[in-house]
Write a protein that binds this ligand. Structure first.
Ligand code: AVI
Length: 328
């Protein structure tokens, strides 16, 4: 996943995004199979089935990030609104079903809410629901890939632009990508700021359980990447011939997910044949875990001024309010 600069660009339709994504998926998967480092971006997890599985992950007893972040947001909504101020232009990166922003809208009372998501269909439905629930709120969905270029309507005079990036999705970027994303956001949000969620370093046993749930939903989510390649790219992966591996890499401060080949096998993809040795591990995701100091340093490096931080009593998860530089 390479978060490009958040520069305004011509509006891309959802169809353009999907076609580009399919070509990218084939190319990236071929590259990952052909040679080390055998890794592919986690963005390819999220077809309709992958998104459905991710929603199930968020409900799992072992997967603490979603419910912990939701609790932080709902318990501190008034305080968050006091820090940010009401009447902003609220832009959410990767909004999905716009569920977390609902916890803030009552107190934050933005003038407009601009959810960005790759699935325009999903967005239209969520936007209409939100407008019904919050009369007076203008919801302007933006179809596009927030890690690439997208078009935002011009900023409103007197309404600072505030970004919302929950879910610790920043943890799925490499450190260089996270910095690049934050630098772009700092420019785009100048005069306003960014509210974002980040998962924290903790007991590896808690992390291990969260990514190796007893019901096997995370395993299904990981393996769906191969099933998706079969569906969309006409590949012939034997999905049962791979197992889900997720472990905490303490030196790198991240959970790693891999798909490991159970035996020597051949896979056809895009007119090519790939030989996979037994034990070959296709690296599908990193999920970085942060310290509060590390996040502060990252934010400062990107040009933000860190303000308030909210956490839960067990310090599992954190929500950060960063002020962007003033407009030049
Ligand atoms: C979306 N992202 C923050 C999730 C995470 O925890 O890194 C994706 C996920 N992967 C496995 N479980 C959840």
């Amino acid at each position: 996943m390479i978060p490009a600069l958040l520069a305004p660009a011509p509006l891309r339709t959802a169809v353009d995004v999907e076609t580009a994504d399919e070509a990218g998926f084939l190319q990236d998967l071929q590259r990952a199979l052909a040679a080390p480092p055998h890794s592919i971006s986690p963005k390819y997890f999220y077809d309709a089935e992958g998104s459905r599985l991710f929603d199930r992950i968020c409900e799992l007893p072992e997967y603490y990030p979603t419910r912990t972040e939701r609790a932080i947001l709902s318990e501190n909504a008034a305080d968050i609104a006091r820090e940010i101020g009401t009447g902003c232009d609220l832009v959410e990166f990767g909004a999905g079903s716009c569920s977390k922003v609902r916890l803030l809208l009552g107190d934050l009372r933005p003038r407009r809410y601009l959810p960005i998501d790759i699935s325009s269909e999903h967005l239209e439905v969520s936007a209409a629901e939100l407008e019904r629930e919050h009369p007076g709120l203008l919801v302007l969905p933006v179809a596009g890939d927030y890690t690439s270029t997208f078009h935002l309507p011009p900023a409103l005079a007197g309404a600072p632009r505030v970004g919302f990036f929950p879910g610790s999705t920043i943890g799925n970027f490499t450190p260089a990508e996270a910095l690049q994303f934050l630098r772009g956001a700092a420019r785009m949000l100048s005069g306003g700021g960014l509210l974002f969620g980040a998962d924290l370093v903790k007991d590896p046993a808690v992390l291990h359980a969260a990514y190796n749930d007893a019901q096997g939903v995370t395993a299904a989510f990981n393996l769906n990447l191969l099933a998706r390649a079969n569906r969309e790219l006409g590949a012939d992966f034997d999905v049962d011939a791979f197992w889900h591996s997720a472990f905490y890499n303490a030196a790198a401060g991240r959970i790693e997910m891999h798909l490991v080949s159970r035996r020597h096998q051949r896979v056809a993809l895009g007119g090519e044949c790939y030989e996979l040795d037994e034990g070959l591990a296709l690296h599908t995701e990193n999920s970085y875990k942060f310290t509060l100091d590390g996040l502060r340093r990252l934010a400062v490096q990107a040009g933000f001024r860190p303000q308030a931080v909210w956490t839960d009593p067990d310090r599992l998860f954190s929500v950060h309010w960063l002020r962007a530089p003033e407009r030049e």
